[in-house]
Design a protein around this ligand. Sequence first.
Ligand code: EPZ
Length: 429
Amino acid sequence: MDRIRIIGGQRLNGSIPISGAKNATLPLMIASLLTDETLILENVPRLADVIQLQRILGNHGVDITIAGKRSGDDPNSGRTLHISAKHIVDTTAPYELVSKMRASFWVVAPLLARMGEAKVSLPGGCAIGTRPVDFLIMALENLGAEIEIEAGYVVARAKNGLRGAEIKFPKVTVGGTHTALMAAVLAKGTTVIENAAREPEIGDVADCLNKMGANVTGAGTSTIVVEGVGRLHGARHSVLPDRIETGTYAMAVAMTGGDVLLQNARPELLQSALDTLTQAGVTVTPTNEGIRIARNGSGLNAVDVTTEPFPGFPTDLQAQLMALMTKAKGTSRITETIFENRFMHVQELARLGARIHLDGETATIEGVAKLKGAPVMATDLRASVSLVIAGLAAEGETMVNRVYHLDRGFEKVEDKLAACGAAIERISA
Ligand code: EPZ
């Protein structure tokens, strides 16, 4: 298994290209199941999760081709996928595939909407909490699906098609909103989704669905209205930039000091995280090309943050912020309200000398003057990268083990950081 070796202490200077968003790419690829025509997705990141979803869609009969690079193409631009679900040959998503990635459960919605049936294994995914799918099932039932749980599988049927309905989520859920949206676009009549997630990735999927002929309004607000249509057609769509990757590198620069342009990043996708960095004493400058992050000389201030659904501070940047706060002046508090068990990085950060006290959903971090390198273990995707951030500022060598978690969601992390002066390398097993 690959490892990442970091020698801490180098400042970061230069520019880092931001890739297409993982959490938009996955539902966009899944949306291809809604039509028998080709969906062309541009700016797709090179990630293990994308390859895994390719396998899962392949099992349903979906053909995916990756367009080659042409001369003159930007070497940093993402891939272009041509996705064709002309013939769906199987409406079952088996345990062996779904258990590796939670988002793959979302295939239930387009399969049900287009084929009238789907049998999808209950999901697995990162070990960050119990992560049930009850709201997703409720949304499909509201739209007229009959659902049974059989031997670990959700079996959904709608022999006469789905019909528009009101869906009110008791709690904001990204996956629930994607599921409701993808099921409602082909339902008969009007669907109103209340307390919908407002994450930018929902807006990106809605934009793509509209290009495919759907009639979705209000995405990006907490009420989404969908007028069902008879069929969808092919389209071309470019994936929006990854706000979590953006925030992650912003925190890396904040941690080491230096000056880096995050190319293609869009500030409105992560304003609350940028405000937090500003409070911490980091200089954040939006430019025409992206966002410049700089910290020169001054130390880091401690901040108090609570994770919230968008537009609040994202849970997917909580671990990275915690790594940063280990070196702040004073005591910071981070409260995690989205996932109950998303603190696996705490004990690993402690191995580097961080002082963190956990009490229920709140971590209290007492800033220390120095971190010291050590071997650490990546436990989930965002936790892994928090260890990289800490390693960049720790004295001596930090070896991050089990980096396959990192490869699920960060494209070429060691190359992007090394290009800005970090002493970081991958050691292949
Ligand atoms: C999405 O997960 C993201 N995944 C997660 O990113 C992200 O952390 C999360 O949204 C929150 O922003 C993708 O987009 C692929 P939820 P999702 O449904 O949709 C509870 C990463 O690192 N809930 O918004 O699974 C749930 O337990 C990943 O890239 C129910 O109780 O999250 C949680 O407490 C990790 N019942 C809360 O809602 C349900 O049926 C929000 O979860 C569904 C959710």
